[in-house]
Write a protein that binds this ligand. Sequence first.
Ligand SMILES: [Zn+2]
Length: 359
Amino acid sequence: MKASKLIFLQLLLILFSCSAVAQKSGKPAIQDNYLFHDAHFHLTNYIQEGTDIHVYLNDIMGDKIGRSTLFGLPLQQQWSYRVTRDNAPTYYLDTDAHLYYYSFTDAFIAMAYKSLSPEQQNRLDPMITGFNPTDMYAAAHIRRVLQTFPGVFSGVGEFSIHKEFVSSKIEGDVASFYDPALDSILSFCAEVGLIALVHNDIDNPFPKPGKPNYLHGMQDMIKRHPKTTIIWAHVGVGRIVAPLKDMLTPFNEMLADPAFNNLIIDISWDETAKYIVASDSSVARTAYLINKYPDRFLFGTDNVGSTSQDKHLEIFRIYQPLWDALTPEAREKILFKNYERLFDKARRDVRAWEKANQQ
Ligand SMILES: [Zn+2]
């Protein structure tokens, strides 16, 4: 073989292997390989331990998940020796000891992200969580994180307002819709372009009939901040907090009302899935809503510190009856397109704000 022909063949080989690498890393080149983008993922748990970020990217996301949000947990479970002696709690239900806001989580997430190559970073959207939503200084913390770690974050959250078992365990004030500190956080998100991922239970556990729930407070908050993209995590349900009796009506009304154009609904968490796939009619009602408003929903795992890909993908499999009931367009949007639309915009807006507000 002539030398020139050999060089040409080698070049072809290099080109081919480069494009194979490009498809494996970075922004998905062929989306068909991926099952979904994950709009709700916690790298670390309530004691700030979790998955090594390289393991998460290579082994857990691997070739199944295209892109993923990335956040820790804003709350640290205290190990009070007086309460549980040598039994070290790893979850908030393991002990009566308090939870407290742990701001270092943001530096931890930023440093983990910065340890990655640009192609790997491109698959992740880190979020700021380490602020106390009852503190008028919370927005100053978010600003400081952006200025200390420019080029990293796309949003804030998941942070909680009302959450079963958790809200009352946190040291200090209880979060509230009517706290000006919360308004200052969401106003700052609008100024910067940060997405806000909010956990708020729609009701109390074991509610008495006719008693007010947290739906109206959430609605007031969303309407007060029309320029902030607000993702309502888990459709407002929880372990014990069940869907309202006629859940479809308020969601149908909100999604039809331009006053709620900034509201996106996240169906993450296997505890949420258990209500949605409970029966043929619950699947049909949810599918009806998603098919009617396909731009307004996101899917995520809500897994915490995942250890294996198989376990990590379980919630995607649980939702199979719902995937089957969606139109191809709605399915593509809830699994990929809505994530890309929202987080690509957030990345652009936040980077522009950081550039204009360099220190
Ligand atoms: Zn979560």
